[in-house]
Design a protein around this ligand. Sequence first.
Ligand code: PA5
Length: 469
Amino acid sequence: MADGQIKFYYKNVMADVIGSADGITTAQLNELEQKTIPVISQINQERKEGKTPYRDLPYKDDSVKEVKELVSELKDGCENLVVLGIGGSALGNIALQTSLNPYMYNIDDGQRKGPRLFIFDNVDPVQLSSFLNWAGDKVDKTIFNVISKSGRTAETASQFLIVRKMLLDKLGSDGLKSHVVATTDAKQGTLRQIATEAGLRTLTVPDGVGGRFSVLSDVGLFSAAMCGIDIESLLAGAKDMDSKVSSGDFYKNPAAINAAINYYYYNHGKRNSVMMPYSYALKDLADWYRQLWAESLGKASDLGGNEVHIGPTPIKALGTTDQHSQVQLYREGPNDKIFTFLEVKEFSDDLTIAEAPDCAPELNFLAGSKMSKLINSEKKATEYALLQDKRPCMTVLFDKVTPYTIGGFIYLFEVTTSIAGALFNINTYDQPAVELGKEAAFALMGREGFEQLAQDILPLTEIDEDFLI
Ligand code: PA5
């Protein structure tokens, strides 16, 4: 294992620290170990049987080769890369970009190692119009990567139809061919059909890999590599994490301990799980985690068909920003949350805080300190304050934010999710509740075959003037 892998720290959930009413005793942790060890074997076995192909994504050298070849072909002359996708077809891309490229990447040519990146994961007409108004005369230098596994998601389809028309109008069918990369199912689905008919370049969402587990496939790798992120190092971090999270030794397996602690607290009245990075770069990883956790673990039925309505609620926060908006609630509100901080030891850049003016000597305690020291002190201060109120805290420690450590983080939380799903005895990999919303949107937009659903929806969603004040 290469040096510098992330570490998982969990002492501050222990009863010795926050008391036995809110903390976990050593005996309870040992009980969790006994419950979790068979689950680790089970998910390792499922992997061997090919049931969780996301586990093998870091080893797909062919996919890396294909992505890198496409990047070499397209990068020259591409000034803007636009990703059209939603949910698992966008959140990983956003997280990679925010964590591994500079804050001013799109603005400052000197800080860019590739095209500007714009990711549209919504159908807000004002947002997309604003972009198209800007990009309209730059389409010849713009590549659109439309990502949809199913190809039938209304949001992505609508964005794509607008862009397709714009490209056809401005550049003709050859322009459409040369300016779109479609990432979709290898064989089936609407987007695959469109891509085949129009002769678009394609990349693949691997079979059996759900959107929220797909960031280490072509889905996330293409935009990352286009923007200069070292995808081999990203996958190396995931591979090295794989050996840790496959371990049958509970106390050496961070995914197992993390999942077991979350499972314990869900069953002991703490059903909200806050992820709070103390690093702007890591903020969208918390967003990615929120989808992974919510769609995977929020389920109506268990594997035995019993109605359970289970699932911890993931909450994203950002340190220090949310100290000034959320921590009042986190400390004094209901003790129903657990906290996972993300802490960075060495930031990729740093600033020294300058001296205060003579009229404000009370600010001089800051002068001369590094800003990294301040953000990490604020993290420790917030953790300390939460512990005073018996709130369980865990920390993921990054030596540095690099492709390698981000790959490790992604893999750690994916496998944590699999283990937690198995502990909860639910199907981690489906999302039936999301599907109904997609179909209801089809019905409201007049899609053929959904007429009855449209009739069912209207009485519940039409405004009843009696209740409108
Ligand atoms: O994780 C998931 O499966 C979902 O969030 C999907 O990624 C999202 O609904 C988009 O679906 P699709 O890629 O089929 O357009």
